[in-house]
Design a protein around this ligand. Structure first.
Ligand code: PNS
Length: 170
């Protein structure tokens, strides 16, 4: 076992928060803000998932993320097609941050964390979601908005505006 690799290597000071972000919710934003306090640089990357076409385009998701993280100087928004570990290699990122809402999230998240560690030695930090947002997901928000429910407490203002407009035009 190699004990010489310090947790404070440059690689460990950069983190990746990957996801679909279709669209970004207040739950995501809470994790981004907390991760930005822990790491020198946080990459928030929208991952292409061919089996999930989604409501917003990749560019729209990135625009919304950029808008709502504008005040966080150490957060960079991008998109990526491929494996999370390949993004990590390209950007010298040592840690993937994941929000965990409930035990039901944990099983699959743990499998991905173990796979990513095995593939590239990239660690995963599981961050418990703020209980205010433990029930929140992009899918639920889209469903509530689709049927005219109030989403103002669940997504940042600019996202609510775009969601209502998109669903009205649909
Ligand atoms: O917001 P989501 O949809 O829960 O995000 C899922 C995401 C993008 C984090 C996951 O699908 C992912 O990591 N995709 C990249 C492809 C990859 O690396 N797959 C192997 C994971 S072990």
């Amino acid at each position: 076992m190699d004990l010489t690799q310090s947790a404070n290597t440059p690689v460990a000071r950069r983190a990746l928060y990957p996801g679909s972000f279709d669209p970004v919710t207040n739950g995501h934003l809470d994790i981004i803000v907390r991760a930005a306090r822990l790491y020198e640089q946080v990459y928030v990357a929208v991952f292409v998932n061919p089996s999930k076409p989604g409501l917003f385009t990749m560019d729209e998701r990135m625009e919304m993320l950029a808008e709502v993280t504008d005040e966080l100087p150490n957060v960079a928004v991008s998109s990526f097609k491929g494996l999370t570990v390949d993004f990590c290699r390209q950007h010298e990122v040592g840690v993937i941050v994941k929000g965990v809402r409930a035990v039901s999230d944990f099983d699959y998240e743990q499998q991905m964390a173990q796979m990513n560690y095995g593939l590239a030695g990239v660690e995963t930090l599981f961050m418990p979601t703020n209980p205010l947002y433990s029930f929140l997901s992009s899918s639920l928000v889209k469903d509530v908005a689709k049927w005219g429910g109030d989403i103002d407490e669940h997504v940042p203002g600019p996202v609510a505006t775009r969601l209502v407009a998109r669903l009205r035009d649909a």
